[in-house]
Design a protein around this ligand. Structure first.
Ligand code: ARG
Length: 457
């Protein structure tokens, strides 16, 4: 029987019940619901609804239920309860009879669900942060092992200037750092306890909500009951953080797919994270990376879905809000899987240093060096840019790299060029010169790696 059966003379239609029930997904909130209920039972003692002995009895029964739930969470799905809150209450009543019926005094499923989902989100934030750190550590290790791998850096997907594979890895460490810190920010804001807000207007019992918040491991109680039961900001913030992080992971995946392509051949992904074609025997497809890229769409869809669901909802609780759960569960599961898979992709990746170097040497990625060289000889940069442009056109025509041109060839475009130009056109010099903070010089990259290791290890 539903919790609210008294006012009804007819049972709900099965089709409506199937449509309305949320147990098939909110069963994942069982632990939070039980822990929240233990907290609430303690609060009920302070306002004289339960005796200490009754509270003890409830707590023992709730803890027994917690053990059952932990050992078999999917067992909950066998039941036909409307939602996880009804399920916990009915199980409690099965265990200890009438005393179980006192637990819901002064509480509503509206503040209960708001509490449960916040507790769940808090726990997930901590897990996600650990997972992100592990990927960062893996990226730093990969950078450390690939400091000598010079490759072209791109803008507009055109070879632009030489970089190292290590520098590329460290770029993703930075993006993930911001994702990590966004999680910390979101955590701080979601760390307020809504329990004791009742259905919408506050509980009718003079409960010390700050004490209750403390008991449930929150930093403080929420300040407004209407807001407490209507607020799903924490879900949206997490979905937004997840979406942005998935954008980062998707760019990582896309870079990898390009690096792994037959055209680039910069890296070889391991057999453990690639798959074959059923028809074309030669193929080794980067499915892990393609799925990371593809799953980004699904997480971003969950964010959009939730924003649209909440937009224009009148205060306070509306059943629309039940739609928060499947999106956040799926998005955070997907995000966590993708962060883990990205680590796995890096696990035994092979960088083809011959190929990356060959590519870095092609494409005139040392053209900026030549422009800077002319500047060092007194040519204003705007003029030197133009001169180098003409020189590149010529070099393309004669199928030579800039470093292969003779002094006489250079001098067709500028008479300040001397023998010392060859040194500055080398890949090593291109890298070494970029030694300001954040640049690609091997020294700076080594420093960045060392600094990250101190931070993460
Ligand atoms: N299953 C509901 C949800 O997830 C719980 C709250 C129900 N509240 C209500 N007034 N019907 O939102």
């Amino acid at each position: 029987m539903a919790l609210w059966g008294g006012r009804f003379t007819q049972a709900a239609d099965k089709r409506f019940k199937d449509f309305n029930d949320s147990l098939r997904f909110d069963y994942r909130l069982a632990e939070q619901d039980i822990e929240g209920s233990i907290g609430w039972s303690k609060a009920l003692v302070t306002v004289g609804i339960l005796t200490k002995a009754e509270q003890q009895q409830l707590e023992v029964a709730l803890n027994a239920l917690l053990v059952e739930v932990r050992s078999n969470p999917l067992g909950i799905l066998q039941d036909d309860a409307e939602d996880i809150h009804s399920w916990v209450e009915s199980k409690l009543i099965n265990k200890i009879g009438n005393l179980g019926k006192k637990l819901h005094t002064g509480r509503s499923r509206n503040d209960q669900v708001a509490l449960d989902i916040k507790m769940w989100c808090k726990q997930r934030v901590t897990e996600l942060q650990h997972t992100i750190r592990r990927l960062q550590v893996k990226l730093v290790e990969t950078a450390e092992n690939n400091q000598d791998a010079v490759m072209p850096g791109y803008t507009h997907l055109q070879r632009a200037q030489p970089i190292s594979f290590a520098h590329w890895c460290m770029a993703y460490v930075e993006m993930l750092d911001r994702d990590y810190s966004r999680l910390s920010d979101a955590y701080r804001r979601m760390n307020t306890c809504p329990l004791g807000s009742g259905a919408l207007a506050g509980t009718a019992y003079p409960i010390d909500r700050e004490q209750l918040a403390k008991d449930l491991d929150f930093s403080m109680a929420t300040r407004n009951s209407l807001d407490s039961v209507s607020d799903r900001d924490h879900i949206i913030e997490l979905l937004s953080t997840a979406s942005l992080s998935m954008a980062h992971l998707s760019r990582f995946a896309e870079d990898m797919i390009i690096f792994n392509s037959g055209e680039a051949d910069f890296v070889e992904l391991s057999d453990r994270v690639t798959s074959g074609s059923s028809l074309m025997p030669q193929k080794k497809n980067p499915d892990a990376c393609e799925l990371i890229r593809g799953k980004a769409g699904r997480v971003m869809g969950a964010l959009t879905g939730m924003l649209v669901t909440l937009k224009a909802l009148p205060l306070a609780y509306n059943k629309d809000m039940q739609e928060d759960k499947e999106g956040i569960f799926d998005a955070l599961d997907t995000w966590q899987d993708c962060v883990e898979m990205a680590s796995f992709v890096l696990d035994d990746i092979k960088v083809n240093v011959e190929r990356t170097k060959e590519a870095a040497l092609k494409g005139y990625s040392n053209a900026t060096e030549l422009a800077d060289y002319l500047v060092s000889k007194g040519v204003p940069f705007r003029d030197s840019h133009h001169i180098v442009g003409e020189t590149v056109v010529y070099a393309i025509k004669v199928h030579k790299g800039l470093e292969d041109l003779t002094i006489d060839e250079f001098r067709q475009f500028s008479d300040v060029v001397n023998e010392d130009v060859y040194e500055i056109l080398s890949l090593q010099s291109c890298l070494d010169k970029r030694c300001a903070k954040g640049g690609v010089s091997p020294l700076r990259v080594a420093e960045a790696i060392a600094e990250a290791k101190v931070r993460f290890l």
